[in-house]
Design a protein around this ligand. Structure first.
Ligand code: PHE
Length: 344
């Protein structure tokens, strides 16, 4: 039996040399060291030996088992290293690569700008009023003093739908009418709201014009609202938005729903009014259209224009974001290019 044990020992060792993968390793382990393995069986047969040989045999058998176990552990390490190396070389999964970092989402530059605007206007007492994107012709134009066939309709290239009279709003100004009806209490309540939202125009897309863009409309109606209120309010806004030294300029303009009408410029804060690429060497940047609400519009909202007056403005958040971040092409905003969006 002792001879058997030694043969088994050498045989097991040389077999182990040939083991190349964990499957074979596992087989080897149960063949020699497992519950029904060679060493175990020999140990179990110890009773068949003459008494005086048992102790020596048992001692040697235990030695052999320990030696084989040691050899097994050494081999196991080698096999694993080998398998890992092979996996790394041939396998598709590199288990040693660090995991991919999860990217954290961010707010769209337009959303960021809008939120900045909400905060500033909220401080001045303007509440957000949401008006609809899908409008009727009547509210988008006629109620704003732009009857059918009025040449001023050319100012807004319109998306029509297959339903007659239903269009996509070309500006946020129809919200003036809706907010007056909803909040004005039949022309008895003062109003101070901003109306943010997407507008749609059937435009040729260029670096400076898109088919969709945001506007932020502002409406203030009261008993004694004057042009100086509009100028002061917008100036206060511009100082919060563009810095305490921002200079503001009002230029006469025309909109059918305001009288008088104006366009509002801020001094280019990039060049300090010296003239640069962004302001096209004018020194000024246009940020809004505005004016005193036309009596017809007030009347269409339920107010008596001999008792009530108001101002309105419409600003372009994308314009402001472009100026602020030096973005030179408006098409980036809805291009969904992560290389652009991730910069904000
Ligand atoms: N609705 C105008 C436009 O889209 C802007 C504007 C709003 C002008 C309110 C005056 C008052 O160009």
């Amino acid at each position: 039996m002792l001879e058997q044990l030694e043969t088994l020992h050498t045989g097991a060792l040389s077999e182990l040399e040939a083991v190349k993968d964990s499957g074979a390793l596992h087989e080897w382990e149960s063949k020699y060291l497992g519950g029904k393995g060679g060493v175990t069986l020999l140990l179990r047969g110890i009773g068949q030996l003459p008494k005086e040989q048992r102790a020596d045999f048992g001692k040697r058998a235990n030695e052999v088992r320990d030696l084989l176990t040691e050899a097994y552990i050494g081999r196991e390490k080698l096999v694993h290293e080998h398998e890992l190396a092979r996996d790394l070389e041939e396998g598709q999964i590199d288990v040693t690569l660090p995991g991919r970092e999860r990217s954290v989402g961010g707010l769209h530059p337009s959303t960021q700008t809008l939120r900045e605007l909400y905060a500033i206007w909220a401080d001045m007492g303007f509440q957000v009023y949401r008006s609809r994107d899908v409008e009727d012709d009547e509210t988008n134009f006629s109620m704003l003093n732009i009857p059918p066939h009025h040449p001023a309709r050319d100012m807004w290239d319109t998306f029509y739908t297959t339903t007659p009279g239903v269009i996509l709003r070309t500006h946020t100004s129809p919200g003036q009418i809706r907010s007056m009806h909803e909040l004005g209490g039949n022309g008895t309540q003062p109003i101070r709201v901003i109306l943010p939202g997407m507008c749609y125009r059937y435009e040729h897309i260029t670096t400076r014009s898109e088919m969709q863009f945001h506007q932020l409309e502002g409406v203030a109606i009261g008993r004694n609202i004057r042009m100086t209120d509009l100028k002061g309010t917008v100036t206060a806004f511009a100082r919060r938005m563009f810095g305490a030294n921002a200079a503001v300029r009002f230029r006469a303009s025309y909109f059918p729903f305001t009288e008088p009408s104006m366009e509002i410029d801020v001094e280019c804060f990039l060049c300090g009014g010296q003239g640069c690429k962004v302001c096209k060497y004018a020194g000024w940047l246009e940020i809004a259209g505005a004016g005193m609400m036309h009596p017809t519009v007030l009347r269409n909202g339920g107010y008596d224009p001999s008792q009530w007056s108001g101002f309105a403005f419409g600003m372009g958040p994308e314009r402001m974001a472009m100026l602020k971040h030096g973005i030179n092409d408006i098409r980036y905003f809805w291009g969904n290019d992560l290389r652009f969006l991730e910069q904000f």
